[in-house]
Design a protein. Structure first.
Length: 317
């Protein structure tokens, strides 16, 4: 790889066992001199990946790093964030995401911007059929439709997608990803939102996030995963309260992931949730149990199981 010494954009792509999706992602990124791509493979196995023809190897302005620790996407992203001897102005995080080449004309509008973070819109589609909106299709739309979209995106957008972040800002505040198995981007996003002195929003869609039934956010969560997600939410909430910011992340979806009581988290997590949110928690629980009771006689489906979470996405004191 020939290294440019004046990259404007560095695109970090963590990867594990999905070479076809990685190839599709790379095909959507133009090979411009201003764009650097850093691919970090998180100990993929040889049954899933042909390492002799690994996507990105030999591509212009592309660095491919192979890690053997298998510590997850957070660790891989931090490897990508580590200092480089060449300059990069903005970082974009990607994972199973496709960009359209035209979006870089949009990004260039912000090259001399004083903003440390620019929040763009994202469209969520199914990987096998991009014309089909995924279950999280309204995730970002709801943020932009809020009366105060900047604060919603700052404090309640839990993923790094759709965010263009100035590299110097992350270095100044030593912001990195958690290295947990999942939910490693939640606290990172919270720190970025809290400490960025100047941000802006742009409703234009620049990312297409493709999901499948095997995606972490789409698949059924085991108890350990629910606990990790609960702890990540509460870690953010404690920091938000400390900074006197009254936008919170509800941990209730992780306490009650479905109408099946055997899948609920143990009582101590409910007590932690109730102690922190107090009156607001009782309101949330009322909506959750009302949804469960109204669907308890229906066949179990993903849609039914998630009805109890519909009232838990706009926590505010």
């Amino acid at each position: 790889m020939t290294k440019n010494t004046s990259y404007h954009y560095s695109i970090i792509i963590p990867h594990k066992n999905t070479p076809r999706l990685l190839e599709r992602c790379l095909c959507s990124i133009p090979t411009w001199d201003e764009i650097q791509i850093i691919i970090i493979d998180d100990n993929s196995n040889s049954e899933s990946v042909d390492f002799s023809h690994f996507p990105g190897n030999g591509r212009k302005n592309t660095e491919v790093l192979f890690t053997k620790e298998g510590k997850g996407a957070g660790y891989a992203r931090n490897i990508g964030l580590s200092p480089r001897p060449w300059q990069m102005d903005y970082l974009l995080q990607m994972q199973m995401i496709s960009l359209q080449p035209i979006v870089f004309t949009i990004l260039n509008e912000y090259m001399d911007s004083p903003h440390k973070v620019i929040y763009f819109n994202v469209r969520f589609v199914m990987s096998d059929d991009p014309s089909q909106e995924s279950r999280r299709g309204t995730y970002y739309t709801n943020f932009f439709n809020d009366v105060n979209p900047e604060n919603k995106l700052r404090y309640q957008s839990q993923v790094p997608w759709g965010k263009m972040i100035r590299r110097s800002f992350l270095s100044t505040f030593h912001i990195q990803f958690d290295e947990t198995r999942i939910a490693n981007d939640v606290y990172f996003s919270c720190l970025v939102g809290i400490y960025a002195p100047k941000v802006t929003t742009d409703r234009r869609i620049i990312y297409y996030c493709t999901e499948s039934d095997q995606s972490l956010a789409m698949s059924k969560q085991d108890r350990e995963s629910l606990i990790i997600r609960f702890n990540a939410s509460m870690k953010c909430n404690r920091l938000l309260r400390q900074e006197k910011i009254h936008y919170y992340l509800s941990p209730l979806p992780w306490c009650i992931p479905s109408a099946k009581t055997k899948e609920w988290l143990p009582a101590k997590y409910f007590f932690e949730y109730l102690f922190f949110f107090r009156l607001q928690a009782f309101k949330e629980l009322y909506y959750a149990f009302s949804a469960i009771l109204s669907h308890m006689n229906e066949p179990a489906t993903k849609e039914t199981d998630n009805q109890c979470n519909k009232k838990t996405t706009n926590l505010k004191e």
